[in-house]
Design a binder for this molecule. Structure first.
Ligand SMILES: Nc1ncnc2c1ncn2[C@@H]1O[C@H](COP(=O)(O)OP(=O)(O)OP(=O)(O)O)[C@@H](O)[C@H]1O
Length: 239
């Protein structure tokens, strides 16, 4: 579903933010992407989603090279960024219908999905209000609902748990699990290691731009009884 091959990103000809990173994610998997601040998570996600171009390497989504066929590749995923900008002056429902229009979601399906996701996130009753009246968490839930509307093959999220209360975080985790059980794929970055530990089939760890692990939790733990947090801190500690 997602194939990242030998990808590097150098900013301003000097800062190597991502260094020869390769990653393959299969259909039906949930992958958690973790790493210390500044490790290169957002840069990697911005390259995967076609927002910035890699300095080197290739990225394929469902077999389509995003640098060669950006429109075709982008039909296969949706994305929730870490610092989203959202049209503040429109109503929540108008935003969702706009997203559904872009992705050509049929009327009946969009109605059913809008109700399902926004009721689960408890923002359904606020949909007739303009977005500038929403709290940060409500905006995040609206964005996630919008990204789920097209029922994407691949669902990419950068730090999705930030600003969500425990109830909403639980709903998002259930939605991610459900999406994968139905054959979808989820790739998300997080600093919340418990979420990654409980939710993901595999964990990818990036440190100083290099992918230092990408495996099941069992394999990463190698029979130890340590938690993901303990392993993460050990693997990414400064010598
Ligand atoms: N536009 C940019 N221009 C120059 N350097 C950048 C740019 N964006 C990111 N960087 C640098 O690239 C490195 C990786 O940043 P990135 O935002 O990808 O890390 P991250 O793992 O997402 O960090 P965090 O967990 O703090 O969000 C950092 O050293 C950062 O300062």
């Amino acid at each position: 579903m997602l194939l990242v091959k030998n990808v590097s990103k150098v900013y301003d000809n000097k800062k190597k933010a991502v260094d020869n990173l390769s990653l393959e994610i299969k259909k039906g998997e949930i992958i958690g992407f973790i790493g210390p601040n500044g490790a290169g998570k957002t840069t990697t996600i911005r390259m995967i989603t076609g927002i910035i171009a890699p300095t080197q390497g290739t990225i394929e989504i469902n077999g389509i090279d995003i640098s060669k066929e950006p429109v075709g590749a982008k039909k296969n995923f949706t994305f929730v960024p870490d610092h989203p900008t959202i049209f503040d002056a429109v109503k929540g429902i108008d935003y969702l219908n706009f997203i559904a229009d872009i992705h050509e979601v049929p009327i009946q399906q969009r109605k059913e999905r809008i109700e399902r996701f926004t009721k689960a996130f408890q923002i359904y009753d606020a949909l007739t209000q303009t977005i500038n009246s929403y709290s940060h968490g409500m905006k995040q839930k609206l964005l996630v609902s919008g990204a789920l509307l097209p029922n994407p093959n691949l669902f990419i999220l950068d730090e999705p748990m930030v600003g969500l209360d425990p109830h909403s975080a639980k709903i998002l985790k259930d939605i991610m699990r459900d999406h994968c059980q139905k054959g979808g794929t989820v790739f998300f970055s997080s600093h919340v290691l418990e979420v990654v530990e409980n939710l993901c089939h595999r964990v990818a760890i990036i440190h100083r731009g290099k992918l230092i692990a990408c495996d099941t939790l069992e394999n990463i733990k190698k029979n130890s009884t340590a938690t993901l947090e303990e392993i993460f801190l050990e693997m990414t500690k400064d010598e």
